[in-house]
Write a protein that binds this ligand. Structure first.
Ligand code: DON
Length: 313
């Protein structure tokens, strides 16, 4: 991002954030993970990072929040690095479901009973089981270290209150994991796999962390700020394709039309997105729409994409 672009975005961003923030009153914070119901309902923040390290930011961009489903993009990449494409895609599919993120409907309806894709809960639980490591602690620390490397932030860590809150109430995810075990899709102890999954969902980040992780994806796996090659290009390509087709769950088609960028949302209200070859972007707005995506965050990205003609299509 040239400084001129940064200046232009920065000069307009605070106004757009305040306009989009008003949408928050039409949404709800996630309450099925009890700890998430404490999130500030009208918060909205954004951080946009360019390949030369210049940035634009506005609103509550310093808010700390858990990655939730955004982490699934990066556990998918790590599972691909550990197992290769064949190893991963013998256990999860490549298709959107059109159903809610926590639905298990198609696991029984469509044979073979493998999850449709790695970004729905069932698929991400299978992905957690594919991370290399001798114990769930080792798997979890490999994931955390990978996320630290991608974000350039050595202090990334877990929000244990959110982790415990999810682990104590995740009856649907538990039933899904047992269903997958019975289908022969899941290897290992169900509780161990779920522990890895709940931990990576509970990694705390800010918009700046998400923007840096997204910047690596926007540059085909190389961190433009350090020159370090962190992810093979092919796996970035796979991840970005899933973000377009499934990243915003059953609102992915609408998001592709209105925004036109690869993106991934989480129930804490975070959205990671990017303008390929240019910017990494992190957004947070805890009030969610009916599909589980940040209501103000999506509105803000629609505005930005239209204003700067960012759509890939
Ligand atoms: O498993 C869950 O339900 C959460 N840990 C993550 C779900 C999520 O973020 C879905 N996002 N829109």
């Amino acid at each position: 991002m040239s400084p001129i672009e940064t200046d232009r975005i920065q000069s307009l961003l605070p106004h757009w954030v305040e306009t989009s923030r008003q949408r928050s009153s039409q949404g709800k914070v996630a309450a099925y993970i009890p700890e998430l119901s404490k999130s500030p309902i009208d918060a909205l923040g954004v951080y946009i990072l360019g390949a030369d390290g210049t940035s634009a930011s506005a609103g509550d961009y310093n808010l700390s929040f858990t990655m939730q489903s955004i982490s699934k993009v990066f556990t998918l990449i790590l599972a691909l690095m550990d197992n290769g494409e064949e190893g991963v895609f013998s256990k999860v599919g490549m298709e959107p479901t059109g159903d809610n993120f926590n639905s298990m409907l198609k696991l029984e309806l469509v044979q073979p009973g493998i999850p449709f894709n790695p970004l729905i809960n069932a698929g991400a639980i299978v992905i957690s089981s594919l991370i290399s490591g001798h114990s769930n602690d080792e798997k979890s620390s490999r994931i955390l270290n990978f996320f630290r490397e991608l974000s350039g932030n050595d202090t990334l860590t877990y929000n244990f209150d959110v982790y415990r809150s999810e682990s104590a109430t995740a009856h649907l995810n538990r039933s899904m994991a047992y269903f997958l075990l019975d289908n022969g899709v899941l290897q290992g102890e169900v509780e161990d796999v779920l522990d890895v999954y709940f931990r990576h969902c509970a990694i705390n980040v800010t918009c700046a962390d998400l923007a840096r992780m997204a910047l690596v994806l926007a540059h085909d796996g190389t961190d433009p700020l350090t020159g370090a090659a962190l992810i093979p290009r092919r796996y970035v390509q796979i991840a970005k394709t899933f973000m377009i087709t499934c990243g915003m769950y059953n609102a992915s088609g609408e998001f592709a039309i209105q925004v036109g960028l690869p993106a991934k949302s989480g129930v804490s209200g975070g959205i990671l997105t990017m303008v390929p070859g240019r910017y990494g972007i992190g957004v947070v707005g805890p009030a969610l729409n009916r599909k589980g995506n940040s209501i103000a965050g999506v509105h803000l990205l629609e505005t930005l994409s239209r204003e700067f003609d960012w759509s890939l299509f």
